[in-house]
Design a binder for this molecule. Structure first.
Ligand code: ADP
Ligand code: ADP
Length: 216
């Protein structure tokens, strides 16, 4: 489903991703774990086709990333961008759905993301945690087979973190594949079947939480 081969991405003198190989199969829930600067966000940008690799290739569903995304097969929650401040919550989620040509009912998606009561509020007036939940709704609305989340619980308080993961659990129970980046071992341990541990642009371990724990 996700195949990353020998990916390299350099920013000037910094090699953000350094020869990364990774395969993720349908139905897996995978955490990309590592400290800040390990290359998690860059890996996600490369696999979504938002950055061009210097070497190597990324394919999703056997296609170039942009093609898979245009077909609504992938939903993504990124750390920044994507939110248009003048739109209401319902409007931006509807707009995201219309870009993919297929959609779940928007009210159901807003409920799942915990923001049904914010539907008519403008993005600009929301807190960081509320905006994060809007990004989550945007990631779900095209009914994607693969959900990619970069630090999804940033800005959420502990209760909202629990609510987020309980909503995610319902998504994965429907057979969706998930890749999420986190620097929290506890989140990776609790919610992923498989942990890919990155450091300095490389995968240094790949396995279950107990296999990773000695290293993280
Ligand atoms: P993580 O998501 O694990 O925190 P990143 O992928 O954001 O790691 O960053 C990996 C490395 O690449 C870091 O050293 C970071 O400073 C650098 N980097 C990432 N994006 C850029 C960019 N657009 N320009 C320059 N350096 C970057
Ligand atoms: P209640 O219906 O009692 O408010 P919820 O589970 O809907 O319980 O919400 C509990 C808290 O978590 C609220 O602050 C809610 O806005 C927040 N929340 C609900 N769903 C999510 C989610 N998917 N992601 C983040 N926070 C959420």
């Amino acid at each position: 489903m996700i195949v990353l081969r020998n990916l390299v991405k350099r920013y000037g003198a910094v090699t953000a991703v350094d020869g990364l190989n990774l395969e993720i199969r349908s139905g897996e829930v995978v955490a990309l774990l590592g400290p800040n600067g390990a290359g998690k966000s860059t890996t996600i940008d490369l696999l979504l086709g938002l950055a061009r690799p210097d070497e190597g290739s990324a394919t999703l569903f056997g296609m170039p990333p942009a093609t898979a995304i245009a077909r609504g097969k992938v939903g993504a929650l990124l750390q920044s961008g994507g939110l248009l401040p003048d739109l209401t919550v319902a409007e931006i989620v509807e707009l995201t759905a219309s870009l993919h040509g297929k959609a779940r009912p928007v009210p159901e998606v807003l409920r799942r993301a915990g923001i049904a009561d914010l539907a008519k509020r403008r993005i600009a007036g929301l807190s960081g945690g509320q905006q994060q939940r809007v990004r989550f709704a945007m990631a779900l609305v095209a009914d994607p087979e693969l959900i990619v989340l970069d630090e999804p619980t940033t800005g959420l308080d502990p209760e909202a973190r629990r609510a987020f993961w309980s909503a995610m659990h319902e998504e994965t129970a429907q057979g969706r594949t998930v890749l999420f980046a986190t620097h929290y071992l506890d989140e990776a341990d609790a919610y992923a079947d498989r942990i890919v541990f990155m450091r300095a642009g490389k995968v240094v371990a790949d396995g279950t939480a107990s296999q990773i724990k000695g290293l993280a």
